[in-house]
Design a protein around this ligand. Sequence first.
Ligand SMILES: Cc1cc2nc3c(=O)[nH]c(=O)nc-3n(C[C@H](O)[C@H](O)[C@H](O)COP(=O)(O)OP(=O)(O)OC[C@H]3O[C@@H](n4cnc5c(N)ncnc54)[C@H](O)[C@@H]3O)c2cc1C
Length: 283
Amino acid sequence: MKNYIHKIKNADLKNYCSFKIGGKAQCIYFPENMQQIKFLINKLNKLKKQYLILGNGTNILFSDKKLKKAIICLKKFNFLQHFNDILICSAGAGLGQVNAYCAKHNLSGLEFSFGIPASVGGAVAMNAGAFGGEICEHLIEIVVCKDGEIYSRQLLKYSYRKGVLNPGEVLLLVKFKLKPCKNQKIIEKQQQFLQKRIQTQPVGEFCAGSVYKRQGQIIPAKLIDEWGLKGLKIGGAQISTKHAGFIVNLANAKQSDVLTLMQIIEWVAAKRGYCFEREIIIV
Ligand SMILES: Cc1cc2nc3c(=O)[nH]c(=O)nc-3n(C[C@H](O)[C@H](O)[C@H](O)COP(=O)(O)OP(=O)(O)OC[C@H]3O[C@@H](n4cnc5c(N)ncnc54)[C@H](O)[C@@H]3O)c2cc1C
């Protein structure tokens, strides 16, 4: 086993999240395999040091203050493999990479996720979904690390934007059951979903996806738009003019700028009898 785990001390969190907001982290570790992840978690647990697992950082709003928790970034733990219609992915693989692999190997089912800028680990933790599809509905087994032990499980309960992980579990591997399909059809579907995304979302801007979860028929983005809040700016942050469910970092936004916009939205919502549930994770 390779013992050396790459780490960056005093790292700029801005560089590890799609919002491009955040202060420094004491240390970010980049383990490359399951043994290194297990070793690291055990070591941090022994030291009683709290840690945060980071995928692609596309659902996180970091504080501008120095983060005391250690960060374990799984980007370098990255592989894909398939046997017939079963696809095995490590948590650090990106969904773009997964979609390219599926197209190449004629595996259909995950096309809806083309364009979600997530890692597999983050997507399964959040049960990422779009256009009627959800990542967890294609899962048949996962391998996790918890309390220093690595084990697999098949009992996988999930719901809207709530993935299959239990508290304290770090996702290492997933097994998806997909369907054989002609490569051309898969690419066509992926492109259709991507085009819809480009038309409706601030793709390419600094953000962390939808700020609030849908609650049945209640669609926060639609209401925020109806209440005239689209385009509202605080400091460097703005409620997206393209999609009112997103907040974007226009220039050097601080966490407090985004939080103030969220407080305004939540206050206006409360006045009208709504209680929005936050989707983005505030660290
Ligand atoms: C432009 C844009 C568009 C988006 N569109 C969508 C969309 O259509 N649908 C949708 O659902 N989301 C969307 N998102 C939000 C985001 O991509 C998803 O929530 C995604 O699932 C987060 O994945 P990540 O790898 O970036 O996770 P991160 O942001 O790194 O982490 C998210 C959470 O998952 C935890 N986590 C990450 N990896 C693991 C692991 N291996 N084990 C345990 N916990 C883990 C983290 O600790 C954190 O709590 C969008 C975001 C952006 C910026």
